[in-house]
Design a protein around this ligand. Sequence first.
Ligand code: ATP
Ligand code: MG
Length: 86
Amino acid sequence: MLSARGLAHRYGGTTALDGVDLTVGAGGCVALLGPNGAGKTTLVNLLVGLLPRQRGEISLAGGDPRNASTRRWLGVVQHRWATPAR
Ligand SMILES: Nc1ncnc2c1ncn2[C@@H]1O[C@H](COP(=O)(O)OP(=O)(O)OP(=O)(O)O)[C@@H](O)[C@H]1O
Ligand SMILES: [Mg+2]
């Protein structure tokens, strides 16, 4: 269902990810744990297509998460959200 190979990401001179591989099968449930600044948010943002890929490959449900046709199959709830106030 999800396959990531060799993901690397930098913000200017800061290396956030350097060679991350991850595979999640259909029905799989994954918890991503790590200290502050480990790169968890960066990884998730790449996997769901919120960040453009710099290096590595991502396949989500057989497609590129940056493509709208792939994201049709994706639901994301961020750890912070807001609903419109009346
Ligand atoms: N927009 C950004 N600009 C510059 N550096 C960033 C940016 N976002 C993240 N970083 C840096 O990239 C590294 C990984 O950050 P990231 O937010 O992905 O880690 P995290 O594991 O989600 O951390 P936390 O547990 O605090 O949420 C850190 O060194 C962070 O300072
Ligand atoms: Mg985070």
